[in-house]
Design a binder for this molecule. Structure first.
Ligand code: RB5
Length: 142
């Protein structure tokens, strides 16, 4: 799958680790930055990632900042984006199954790297359950 990844300075190291793991698993990764630990504004990188998703280039995206919160708030301003700030494997799985999340947000300052790699794996391999969840999602998202 072609996946867009983005981070701010707080999420840079974790983004690099995730990206390496995704490539190793055979995914195609589009990295829209940031590209160092210099301080940046996370909304700028959300916009770069969202653009790749709404144009259809990448069906899914992974955004990393210190907490995952800013990335999720900014990404969810777009109607077709369903960004889930997940904290463990269970929430990552449910964000796909029930919420059809197309963006996974992660907090590098609150999560362990090994846990996030497992969360990403589960998130990417869990299908949307559809049914009643389709009706609910249609009330707020395209
Ligand atoms: C940056 O210091 C921090 O505010 C950012 O990474 C993120 O946690 C915002 O939600």
């Amino acid at each position: 799958m072609k996946i867009v990844v983005a981070a701010d300075h707080g999420g840079y190291d974790l983004k690099e680790a995730i990206q390496k793991d995704l490539v190793h698993a055979g995914h195609q990764v589009v990295d829209v930055g940031c590209f160092s630990k210099d301080s940046v504004d996370y909304p700028d990188f959300v916009e770069k990632a969202v653009e790749r998703i709404v144009t259809g280039e990448c069906p899914m995206g992974i955004l990393v900042c210190g907490t995952g919160i800013g990335m999720a708030i900014a990404a969810n301003r777009h109607r077709s984006i369903r960004a889930a700030n997940c904290t463990n494997v269970y929430t990552a799985k449910m964000s796909r199954e029930h919420n059809n999340a197309n963006v996974l947000c992660l907090g590098a300052r609150v999560l362990e790297t090994a846990d996030t790699l497992e969360m990403v794996k589960v998130w990417l391999t869990t299908d949307f359950a559809g049914g009643r969840h389709t009706t609910r999602i249609a009330k707020f998202s395209d």
